[in-house]
Design a protein around this ligand. Sequence first.
Ligand code: NAD
Length: 480
Amino acid sequence: MIQIKNYINGNLVESVSRQWLDNIAPATGKIYSQLPDSDEQDVAMATQAAKAAFSTWSNLSAEKRGDFLIEISNRILKKLDFLAHAESMDSGKPLWLAKQTDIPRSASNFKFFGTGIQHFASESHYMEETAINYTLRRPIGIAGCISPWNLPLYLFTWKIAPALAAGNTVVAKPSELTPLTAFYLSEICKEAGLPPGVLNIVHGLGAKVGASIVKHPEIPIISFTGGTKTGEEIARTASPMFKKLSLELGGKNPFIVFNDATMEDAVNTAIRASFTNQGQICLCGSRLFVQHEIYETFKNEFLKKVEAIQVGNPFDEKNFMGALVSKQHLEKIESYVQLAKEEGGKILTGGYRVKLSGEFNEGYYYRPTVIEGLSFQCRTNQEEIFGPVVTLQPFDTEEEVLEYANSTMYGLASSIWTNDVKRAHRMAEKIKTGIVWVNCWMLRDLRTPFGGMKSSGIGREGGWEALRFFTEPKNVCIKL
Ligand code: NAD
């Protein structure tokens, strides 16, 4: 049984209370590790360590901080297979996906910000013959970083790397459902010689550890990725304390296919956008809008490919989909499919659990599911399901599809398929999402602003946006 430890002041330690939580492998439904059930005492110790480390870390040159981050990046890559296996075991995601995306991207996050900080510059505003202003950007203090279970190490490091690069120290909490690779990251940081207290990782439940980080008076910055409801709760605590907040929340993303789209590309990408990581990516396209003329052709091609998807043991490379993250999440997916039926939806394919044999017979598997015949306003089309369930809806005009696409409270990402450049520009301008992909999906350049509008969040991550978030700008005006 693996025993996960907190990483506080450079040491791997149990929680103060010595209580543990069970960690279940979604592929088998069996307990295979334990994590500390930490509370505010552990967060207080981590914050104390981060406070003590701040002065030295923030005064290191950007180059020296960058070197530590690049060293961590290299060490992640050296352990790629080991970490990918752990990620797959912990989350139920296919091993091929963890190897191809999660772990390489975690290494890139450290490398990107470790090098980026060395090029980071601030603005200067010259007032002719009067004065010169310059913006001094300095690290703020301790950053609280809280991340979800769907892309565990990938999203955890996406926050930690820019916070550290900018010169802050960090108290971080991974999801209690997927703590394993964050634990291995603490071992990597120790091996890389990261000074004690610079990064502290506290494991446990959101309501205890997460909430303690958010309300701690000595943590002035909170970077959170997770559900919109949790984001609301965090904002309620952090806003009156005037903390700097970045919230990356839920989505209900439209995937829009016009008559003139290249059909094969659109169908293949719709498969990836709908079902990669069992549909558990905030950027997944869960509402597929297809223009009338090509609706039936698209539907038939799409369904053929959905039915060919193999679901099963995440360690078997032939399976495109593995297990859902938890029993509770599986039950949530089932309840939404039930709701879709009650709302008058027709299940075109899927809509049921997959029962495997042998050691996987208690795992959380679900067939990719496609539903049609629902109104764009119904709950199935308005609420985030966050699983392998998508709806298909026909449309006639640009205006109509914009109304459908923009009708939810979310505004994270969209994918638009057309070969008409003017239409692509018109749609990109009018659609209310923070990220617009045209003839592609999840093509990521780490320099671009990443985040959502409306209930999908506040602020942007990525590139200079992240480094600006993790620094405090101060205008200095010098009279000439
Ligand atoms: P969640 O909100 O339940 O949990 C996210 C993290 O917050 C976990 O570490 C959890 O322990 C912690 N937490 C829970 N309650 C807390 C509280 N009261 N105070 C502080 N922390 C608390 O989300 P989840 O189920 O882990 O993740 C799925 C959600 O994340 C989906 O809604 C998905 O869309 C969203 N997500 C968004 C993005 C994005 O970039 N916008 C990326 C990935 C996932």
